[in-house]
Design a protein around this ligand. Structure first.
Ligand code: ZN
Ligand code: ZN
Length: 495
C-alpha cells in the first residue's frame, strides 16, 4: 500500500477496548505498564486510520520487564509472538506504554532510540505493515509510526462509544468562535462542538422520507460534509414526505393516474433524483457544505468505499442489502451509525392497520450488530436477490408495485431521534447512564418502547473472533457487488 508522509494518522478504538487498556495502564500505582495493539488500516485521500482490533496486555514482570536502555521494556518473546500475529493477520503493530501525567504526553529520548533500534527489523518481519509506538497519559496520547515512506507522528486517538472522544499529544488550540449563524446552538454545544460538526463527514443511505429530513437537519446544524446515496427519483407521491421536493421535480402534472402507463413511465424518467433534491436543500441551508452524491445503490463498491470515509452513518433505506453494507461499514471501519425507519403494518386481507411505530437503532462498533439481532437474515438477502418476476412467482410479496405507507411525521420522529444521537455523541455530551437501546415510538398508543440489542460474542461481523470483519478496514472486502452482477440495481437508479 502506498503511504504518504503528508497524510494525517489517527488511531481509532471502541470505548470498550479503551476501558480495558486504560485499566491496565493506569491501575492507580503510578507505574509504567505495557501492551500491544494490532490494528486494521483504512486509507482515504487525507488520512490513514489505524483501527484497533486486538489489545494484548503485557503482564508486569513476565512480559514487561526492567529495560536495558530505558525504564521498562516488552520481552523479546512477547514482541515476537505479536509481531508474527500482525504479519499473519496483516495488521499494524503498535507497542503501547504509559507515562505519568494527564493532558500532555511525549516519548522520552530512550523511547525514541529504542524505536530506532527495533522498528526497522519489525517492519521487515511484518512484511511492511505499519509498525509503531504509542504512549498514553491519562488524557493524552502520542505515536511514532514507521511507514514505507519514513516516520510520522500520530495526530490523535479517537475513542468511539457512548461519546466520540479524541485525545491528542497536548490539548488542542481553542477553536475560533463559531460563526454568528450558529450562535444559538453553539450556546449548547460550545465553539468546540460547532468546530467538530464543521470538520465531520456524515453518510446518509437513502434520501427518501427519513433520509431527506436527516440531510436537512445535518446541513442546518453546520455539518461540514455529507455523502448522499440513493439511486431513486422522486415521483408523484413524493411531495408529502420528501423534504424539499416540489410537484415540478416529480413531473407530477404529467404522471397523474389519468395518464396512460407508458406516458407515466416516460415522464418518471425525467423526474429529479432524490440525491439532487437533498443536495439543493442542503446548500440552501449551508452554502459552504461539501456534498458527495451517489445516484446509485449502496451495494456498488465505489459507493461503499466513499461511505467508509465518513465519521458517522445514517441508514434510512429499507432493504436487506443496504443493511448488510451499512452493518459491515460500522464494524469493519469502526464508524458509529444508526438505522432509522417508520413502519405502518397493514393486513393485506382486511386492510386493518396494526402497530405503527417510528424506530431508531444505534449500531456501534463492538456492541452487537444487525445480524446478531436478526435484522439481517440469509433468507431476506436471498429474497431480495430475486427478480420482481421471480418474487411474484414465489409469492414472497403480494405485489412489488404497491408502495408501502409513509407519513412525514412518523419519518420526522425517527430522523430527529437519530440526528440527536449523532449530535450529542459527536460533541461528547451524552451522560454515563445514557442508553444505546433500540427505541420504538408508537403514536397510536403513546408508548415509547426500548429494546436492548444483543451481541453474539462469536459473530463473524461484529465480534473480534479470528477471521471476523471487525476493525479490518481496507484489509477485508465489503459485501458489495460489481456493476455487472447488479444490473438490476442500476436500472432502479439513474438509468
Ligand atoms: Zn516511555
Ligand atoms: Zn454481530
Amino acid at each position: 500500500m502506498a503511504q504518504d508522509l503528508s497524510l494525517k494518522y489517527e488511531l481509532v478504538m471502541s470505548d470498550q477496548l479503551w476501558e480495558e487498556l486504560r485499566k491496565h495502564l493506569f491501575p492507580g500505582d503510578h507505574d509504567e505498564h505495557g501492551a500491544i495493539i494490532a490494528a486494521g488500516v483504512a486509507k482515504t485521500d487525507s488520512r490513514i486510520r489505524l483501527l484497533a482490533r486486538n489489545a494484548f496486555l503485557a503482564v508486569d514482570g513476565v512480559d514487561y520487564i526492567p529495560g536495558q536502555h530505558g525504564y521498562r521494556m516488552l520481552t523479546a518473546e512477547f514482541v515476537r509472538d505479536h509481531v508474527l500475529f500482525c504479519r499473519d493477520e496483516r495488521l499494524a503493530y503498535l507497542a503501547v506504554h504509559n507515562h505519568s501525567g494527564r493532558a500532555t504526553v511525549q516519548f522520552s529520548l530512550a523511547d525514541l532510540r529504542s524505536h530506532e533500534r527495533g522498528y526497522p527489523a519489525l517492519r521487515e518481519i511484518t512484511r511492511n505493515q505499519i509498525v509503531g509506538g504509542v504512549v498514553f497519559a491519562q488524557n493524552a496520547a502520542a505515536g511514532d509510526l514507521w511507514i514505507s515512506d519514513g516516520r510520522v507522528s500520530l495526530e490523535s486517538v479517537r475513542i468511539v462509544g457512548r461519546n466520540v472522544e479524541e485525545i491528542f499529544p497536548a490539548p488542542p488550540a481553542t477553536p475560533r468562535e463559531a460563526p454568528i449563524t450558529y450562535d444559538r446552538q453553539a450556546r449548547v454545544f460550545g465553539d468546540r462542538g460547532q468546530a467538530i460538526l464543521r470538520k465531520q463527514r456524515v453518510g446518509i443511505i437513502g434520501l427518501g422520507g427519513v433520509g431527506s429530513i436527516v440531510c436537512e437537519y445535518l446541513s442546518r446544524l453546520g455539518v461540514g460534509s455529507v455523502v448522499l446515496v440513493d439511486p431513486d427519483r422522486v415521483d408523484a407521491t413524493s411531495t408529502p414526505r420528501v423534504v424539499g421536493s416540489s410537484p415540478w421535480d416529480a413531473t407530477a402534472g404529467l404522471s397523474g393516474r389519468e395518464r396512460a402507463s407508458w406516458f407515466r413511465r416516460f415522464f418518471a424518467r425525467l423526474a429529479r433524483l432524490k440525491v439532487d433534491i437533498a443536495a439543493r436543500e442542503a446548500r440552501r441551508a449551508n452554502p459552504a457544505i461539501e456534498i458527495i452524491r451517489h445516484a446509485s445503490s449502496v451495494v456498488e463498491e465505489q459507493v461503499a468505499i466513499s461511505l467508509s470515509t465518513c465519521d458517522y452513518l445514517f441508514l434510512a433505506a429499507d432493504s436487506m442489502q443496504a443493511r448488510l453494507v451499512f452493518n459491515s461499514l460500522v464494524h469493519q471501519y469502526l464508524i458509529p451509525g444508526i438505522q432509522l425507519g417508520a413502519k405502518v403494518p397493514v393486513d393485506p386481507a382486511s386492510g386493518k392497520i396494526g402497530r405503527i411505530y417510528s424506530v431508531v437503532r444505534p449500531v456501534l462498533p463492538g456492541r452487537g450488530c444487525l445480524w446478531c439481532n436478526g435484522l439481517i437474515t440469509s433468507d431476506g438477502l436471498q429474497q431480495e436477490a430475486l427478480s420482481p418476476e421471480e418474487r411474484k412467482a414465489q409469492r414472497y410479496v403480494e405485489d412489488d408495485d404497491i408502495p408501502a405507507p409513509s407519513v412525514v411525521t412518523l419519518n420526522a420522529l425517527a430522523a430527529a431521534h437519530g440526528v440527536n444521537d449523532y449530535l450529542f455523541r459527536s460533541v461528547g455530551l451524552r451522560v454515563p447512564s445514557c442508553s444505546d437501546d433500540y427505541v420504538f415510538i408508537e403514536p397510536r398508543t403513546g408508548a415509547v418502547r426500548l429494546d436492548s440489542p444483543r451481541r453474539d460474542s462469536d459473530c463473524p461481523e461484529c465480534g473480534a473472533v479470528s477471521a471476523s470483519r471487525y476493525a479490518r478496514g481496507d484489509g477485508c472486502s465489503l459485501p458489495v457487488s460489481t456493476r455487472e452482477r447488479h444490473k438490476g440495481w442500476s436500472r432502479l437508479g439513474a438509468g
